[in-house]
Design a protein around this ligand. Structure first.
Ligand code: SF4
Length: 308
């Protein structure tokens, strides 16, 4: 089937089955084009939970679909490509976190939402890349276990005066971008603003004019008066940037800024997911209940910080 035919068939099934189609900002453009909602992983799960859809089709990676299931246990959640995982989320297991917690029993565990459900269930609170600093500041302890991203952890550490035990995980896509590449681009484009995601290595973050989440990058580049931006995150975001600010110029910081897992999902997968109800996310009620608590606490703690 041609692209347009596939897209039309997907949209028809989305409607017929009372589904909602979510696409993370890093998905292929042809999927973002037909999604009901695009955005950051957690933001998408929250928005989907507020719809009256019976089925959530999550075009992203497994931990994202799991978060959607945790927030919408009564809905069927489908991950169109069963092999779309996240190497960073897989860098810490529940057993490893249990061991770490036993070494620091008085520490408060802050887990980035990029964790698998069984790991989330063992954390005290979750955080996103946009609220991580505030969540760690608001945590009721001066000793923090931060998992799994060492780059986000070291970014947060710059803003808080707390002891942080940071897990050695990282996003292979963001971590393998080096300051040398950024310096060359900055030199070639002196009028450009460099915006990057905090999953980048600290030496790259140090070069940024603005550090923020994917949705933050889309918002910032739209509102900022500059006309040219060097973009330090995954390639899929270019679709949203060009759509939101067609008059501006965006330069991807590196040709290697592609997450293979985010690109696994094809239109054919989305169509088959809807036709065959595959691949359904199944989590035990116990895991859903335990993993929901740190997500709810994140909302409470973010609200508390905002109200201060
Ligand atoms: S971009 Fe990085 S954090 Fe996001 S899914 Fe890919 S590997 Fe995981």
């Amino acid at each position: 089937m041609e692209k347009k035919e596939l897209q039309d068939s997907i949209r028809r099934l989305v409607k017929e089955k009372n589904a909602v189609l979510l696409a993370h900002n890093y998905q292929r453009a042809e999927i973002q084009e037909i999604a009901d909602l695009t955005g950051d992983s957690y933001e998408l799960s929250v928005k989907a939970s507020k719809t009256n859809a019976d089925i959530i089709v999550f075009c992203g990676v497994r931990f994202m679909a799991e978060s959607a299931k945790i927030l919408s246990p009564g809905k069927k959640v489908l991950l169109p490509n069963a092999n779309a995982g996240c190497p960073m989320a897989d860098m810490i297991s529940a057993e490893e976190l249990e061991r770490l917690k036993s070494l620091y029993p008085d520490a408060f565990v802050v887990g980035y939402v990029n964790t698998n459900a069984d790991v989330k269930a063992l954390t005290d609170v979750c955080c996103t890349s946009s609220n991580a600093v505030n969540i760690v500041k608001a945590a009721p302890s001066d000793k923090i276990i931060f998992i799994p991203d060492k780059n986000l952890g070291s970014y947060v550490k710059k803003f808080v005066d707390k002891e942080m035990i940071i897990w050695n995980g990282y996003c292979p896509t963001h971590h393998h971008i080096y300051p040398e590449e950024i310096n060359i681009l900055k030199h070639e484009n002196p009028d450009a603003i460099f915006v990057c995601h905090p999953e980048c290595r600290p030496e790259v973050v140090d070069l940024a004019d603005k550090v923020t989440s994917t949705s933050g990058i889309i918002r910032f580049t739209k509102e900022d008066p500059h006309k040219k931006f060097i973009i330090g995150t995954e390639e899929g975001i270019m679709y949203q940037l060009r759509k939101n600010s067609p008059e501006k110029e965006f330069i991807l910081a590196s040709n290697g800024f592609i997450c293979p897992n985010m690109k696994r999902t094809m239109l054919e997968d989305v169509l088959l997911a809807l036709e065959k109800n595959r691949y359904e996310i199944n989590l035990s009620p116990a895991i859903i209940e335990k993993a929901r608590l740190p997500l709810e606490r994140m909302i409470q703690m973010s609200t508390a910080v905002v109200q201060k």
